[in-house]
Design a protein around this ligand. Structure first.
Ligand SMILES: Cc1cc2nc3c(=O)[nH]c(=O)nc-3n(C[C@H](O)[C@H](O)[C@H](O)COP(=O)(O)OP(=O)(O)OC[C@H]3O[C@@H](n4cnc5c(N)ncnc54)[C@H](O)[C@@H]3O)c2cc1C
Length: 339
């Protein structure tokens, strides 16, 4: 039996580990992780399916990964597993004050995407007292990591997976594996010395407002209902490593979201949270074969998903699993040629 190590237990690590178990035979998967849910960046996120902060990731990758995840979410929804996996179907209203507003490329794959007419925009300008230049509506999902991560972990363990709580600082700690898959988010910056990674700080607030079901975004803030709370956001501060709640940010978030949705004055604060989006000039999903102490060691990199880690998760896990399969075939061929 071949042994695969997955480093990381956030949305990317767990979806990847479960996918390898599901699609490949005769493979033992072991996750090594420093933290797990509820202490990953994923747990802070709203789990909202929409490709954002994808930097220079080629649009064809963005579309392929997002589409595959969306397809999976539709299947989960239809199978009746929405409740146990933290999945909600949500109507979305996106409004923009950007003078150069243009329709995003991913609109082609969003469900029920409809661009707002100039009359609709004018109505929202009056309603929200803002100067919107464009906007659109569509239907999406929120897939909450704080619910689906424990669900996936349980599934992973039931299928014979192993989770080891250990920080990995050096590849030599795992050199006895056949394949290593790095799903370490922002930490790859230090672990793999990847200078293309940087944080985009996101502060948000979780409140109780059970009457809200619609996602609303404008250029300054967003309101995203989750199952047991509503998320008010947020900041996007590049290269900012501060993980302490800032009062200024908190006040701005509350003010902007309440302007947009006045009923939020009656909401009850649950908690303020902050996390660092693992942004990279380009999301990294690739296979490299290292030569370590005369052993060919395939490494798969699956990190740097920015503000779209949940949106890309299933799609990237699918392709990472194909890369694991390729890597195992390459090793088999190399071993045969030695005989
Ligand atoms: C405020 C905010 C809101 C967001 N909202 C959304 C959203 O609505 N939709 C969306 O799609 N995305 C959203 N995101 C982005 C999303 O959270 C991330 O892209 C996602 O968490 C990345 O997943 P990951 O598994 O790569 O990293 P993480 O969630 O950071 O997990 C990394 C894992 O690797 C482990 N690890 C790291 N280094 C090591 C090491 N050396 N040894 C062992 N283990 C290690 C960690 O312990 C952890 O388990 C948001 C992010 C923030 C901050």
């Amino acid at each position: 039996m071949r042994k695969v190590a997955v480093v990381g237990c956030g949305p990317i690590g767990l979806t990847t580990a479960c996918m390898i178990q599901e699609k490949l035979h005769n493979v033992q998967v072991i996750i090594y992780t420093e933290n797990e849910s509820p202490n990953t960046t994923g747990d802070i996120s709203a789990g909202f399916w929409t490709p954002v902060y994808t930097e220079n990731t080629p649009i064809e990758h963005v579309m392929r990964w997002s589409r595959r995840t969306l397809k999976h979410l539709i299947e989960l929804w239809k199978s009746g597993k929405a409740n146990e996996t933290g999945l909600s179907l949500v109507p979305v209203l996106m409004l923009s004050e950007e003078p150069n507003f243009s329709v995003p490329e991913w609109s082609k794959i969003a469900i029920g995407y409809t661009e707002l007419s100039p009359e609709d925009i004018q109505t929202y300008c009056v309603e929200f007292q803002k100067n919107f230049k464009g906007g659109f509506t569509y239907i999406s999902f929120t897939w909450e990591p704080s619910i689906f991560l424990p669900y996936l972990k349980k599934k992973f363990l039931e299928k014979g997976g192993i989770v080891v709580h250990k920080r990995i600082d050096d590849i030599n700690q795992l050199s006895h594996f056949d394949v290593i898959v790095y799903c370490t988010g922002l930490d790859a910056k230090y672990l793999l010395h990847d200078e293309k990674l940087y944080p985009v700080r996101g502060q948000l607030q979780r409140v109780s407002a059970p009457w809200l079901f619609q996602v609303i975004f404008d250029s300054e803030c967003y309101i995203i209902p989750n199952i047991n709370c509503v998320i008010l956001g947020g900041t996007k501060q590049k290269n900012d490593y501060e993980t302490i709640i800032r009062e200024d940010d908190k006040n701005n978030i509350v003010k902007r979201c309440t302007n947009l949705e006045p009923s939020l004055k009656e909401s009850i604060l649950i908690k303020d949270m902050v996390g660092l989006r693992p942004c990279r000039t380009e999301t990294r999903l690739e296979l490299e074969i290292l030569n370590l102490n005369e052993k060919h060691l395939p490494i798969i990199y699956n990190y740097g998903h920015g503000g779209s880690g949940v949106t890309f998760s299933y799609g990237c896990a699918w392709e990472a699993c194909d890369l694991v399969n390729d890597a195992l075939n390459i090793i088999n061929a190399k071993n045969k040629s030695k005989l």
